[in-house]
Design a protein around this ligand. Sequence first.
Ligand code: SF4
Ligand code: SF4
Length: 382
Amino acid sequence: MIETLADTAAPSNDVVCALAPVGLLAELTHRCPLQCPYCSNPVALEKTASDLPTEIWLDVMRQAADLGVLQLHLSGGEPLLRPDLEQIVEQASKSGLYTNLITSAATLTRERLSALADLGLDHVQISMQDANAANSDRLGGAKNGHAKKLEAATWVKDIGLALTINAPVHRQNVDNLAAIIAMAEQLGAGRVEVAHVQYYGWALVNRAALMPTREQVMRSIEVVAAARKRLAGRMLIDFVAPDYFAHRPKPCMGGWGRGSMNVTPSGKVLPCHAAESIPGLVFDNVRTRRLRDIWLNGQAFQQYRGTAWMKEPCQSCELKEVDWGGCRCQAMMIAGDAAAADPACGKSPLHDRMQTFALRDPAAADAPLVLRNYRSAAELAG
Ligand code: SF4
Ligand code: SF4
């Protein structure tokens, strides 16, 4: 059993040791007024009845700070639907965590935002579906959601909080990418996150309807490059390229169990938001085990931490401590083996399979969107 956080020692190839996590994503509830068809929540949404009570979340905040977590991302679903959000923000702030509210903003009021800022909230990340209001409301499945988001972004700036605009892009909005970046600029965001949708969970269900064409992907890269040049020093643009068109995988989560952890609404602690798609992992719960012990010794965290678990071609690859073999969930999904190289990698024998999906899916122009809600979740569960 490992009992020390290796924050004073360099990571080793031989010993599976853990640095303190930088970030903790707290999914406070899976309820949400929006229904985005690419939502990163699992398709099996957790029921409200199993949501953690306030006192456990407050203790999780204290434990996270003790463990060395620096950044707390309050997410969901929609974290604003928790009436105790104020208490959670206050405790997190008192514990010394940098607090980031990730919200659809659909139910936000200026008064509530102001109160949260007074309690220590540092940063707000508003998710946008498009720059075009009609398409935005169609994709989010909520009337007037877009107008509400624009208004909320102005409150964030007025109140003096840091603002990020988060815009997942896919075939049904990526042609508006330049307008999305311009919208973030107009709103005074310090950062815009333009992430090509990653095909897990709801996005996987909707992959045929969301997969961009190769031309769209290439154009999006050009748009981002031009915007970065124009906005250098004024607005940071984080860009996540689509795996299905890549030759090397991204270092998913910065490496499994290396820098961040997720706590689900019911208290399960995951190395990444899609980890439940991997059979055989054991997810401990904050109701029954301390966060520090879960991070250091939990089976799900140890399983793919470091490099000892890797097979070829990763084991002998010079990039294994750069991308950490890519994404375990994608390896599971495409290769049927979570310890395989991420098929996004050109060295994977299954790389061509991803390319096949990337060419085939955009041809399915009429694929209907399955909106993310509890009814769809029940239908998908059969
Ligand atoms: S992606 Fe959309 S549906 Fe999912 S939590 Fe965010 S706002 Fe809600
Ligand atoms: S072989 Fe493995 S470690 Fe090497 S680049 Fe590909 S995914 Fe990364």
